[in-house]
Design a protein around this ligand. Structure first.
Ligand code: AHG
Ligand code: MN
Ligand code: MN
Length: 338
């Protein structure tokens, strides 16, 4: 090793960063900080399970379907259990909304001031083929007084009410990216030390980009404005990039500039992605990074949820790109009105 490398500072661990940020809030109780640490710890455990998946035989279908009617993978089940356990044991949470659970999990924890919505494993069709997958989380404050059961106003909150949100990406490196409403920061996992280190400080999405991410195979039943916008992207010679793991597609687009679209289609009449535990978290992150997320007309964070597993069409990326996509919808609506 060269001497110059020995002279380098060790870097900022996620734990230290969270602690430092907490000191910015003199009245903070530290519970949110602890909750973020709990999520990071569960993420490390899930990352370990994913890394070993091929060896210990947990990849592949589990043989049952989840509440969405999708094939549930063994790692989906494992990730769900790991995160629920971490959140239950941590003591800061009163309720969990999970993609893998039909109903809200009321932890009957009178001291828990937070509600967490989570997609424990996103991109599960990519598990068996060794492609990046992730975890998405949103954190809300409980609205109803502690002590009683959690209520609808606790679990069906608008995205604007999130106090923190982010994702873990299990890719060529594992990463945790999150926001508490004061910018976005990303941490890369150093496996031998078992720590996340600050690697992407104050992340901002490029003002525009030249990547579009959409499942083009469904284009025959997309609304015509979506196909018109895709034609525009092709006219501009943008690159098409679609991994099929929302977290991975979003992360790439956040770093290099690109739009991700999951529109309505025959197969997915309301879109596929879930408002509470997929779209809201990424919408919060993208806005904090200077970008935009809508359902085609309306800001994702302003949508009042009516159901736990509600789906929404999703357009997310640099503001200029999302604005452009929306302009095609407005043009189509105007043409119909005329
Ligand atoms: P999940 O694995 O949590 O069910 O999410 C899968 C989602 C998302 O990650 C991805 O972007 C999208 O499904 C892909 O859907 P298509 O295969 O229809 O493109
Ligand atoms: Mn998902
Ligand atoms: Mn999932």
């Amino acid at each position: 090793m060269q001497n110059s490398q020995l002279g380098l500072p060790i870097g900022t661990t996620l734990d230290r960063f969270i602690k430092r940020k907490q000191e910015d809030f003199p009245f903070a109780t530290g519970e949110l900080s602890q909750l973020l640490r709990d999520i990071a710890l569960a993420g490390k455990i899930v990352n370990r399970e994913i890394n070993r998946a091929g060896l210990i035989g947990v990849s592949g279908a589990f043989g049952v379907q989840n509440v969405q009617g999708e094939e549930q993978q063994k790692l989906d089940v494992i990730a769900n259990i790991r995160f629920i356990r971490a959140l239950r044991n941590g003591g800061e949470v009163c309720a969990i909304i999970s993609e893998e659970e039909e109903d809200v999990i009321d932890l009957s924890n009178p001291k828990g001031r937070y509600v967490v919505a989570i997609d424990p494993l996103d991109g599960s069709s990519n598990i068996d083929v060794n492609v990046s997958i992730g975890t998405i989380f949103s954190i809300y404050r409980r609205k109803s007084p502690g002590g009683g059961p959690v209520s609808e106003e606790d679990v069906l909150q608008k995205g604007t009410e999130q106090v923190a949100a982010g994702y873990l990406l299990y890719g060529s490196s594992a990463m945790m990216v999150y926001t508490t409403g004061r910018g976005v920061n990303g941490f890369t996992y150093e496996t031998t030390l078992g720590e996340f280190f600050l690697s992407h400080q104050n992340m901002t999405i490029p003002k525009t980009g030249n990547i579009y991410s959409i499942n083009d195979g469904a284009c025959r039943s997309f609304p015509s404005f979506v196909n018109d916008y895709i034609d525009y992207c092709k006219d501009q010679s943008y690159s098409a990039r679609y991994i099929g793991s929302l977290v991975a597609d979003f992360h790439r687009n956040l770093l290099v500039g690109g739009i991700y679209i999951y529109p309505t289609s025959n197969k997915a009449p309301n879109g596929k992605l879930r408002l509470l535990y997929e779209c809201n978290a990424l919408a919060f992150v993208v806005e904090q990074a200077g970008g935009k997320a809508t359902n085609g007309d309306m800001r994702i964070l302003d949508i009042q949820p009516t159901e736990l597993h509600q789906r929404v069409p999703f357009f997310i990326g640099p503001k200029a790109m999302v604005d452009k996509a929306e302009s095609y919808k407005k043009m189509a609506a105007k043409a119909v009105a005329e």
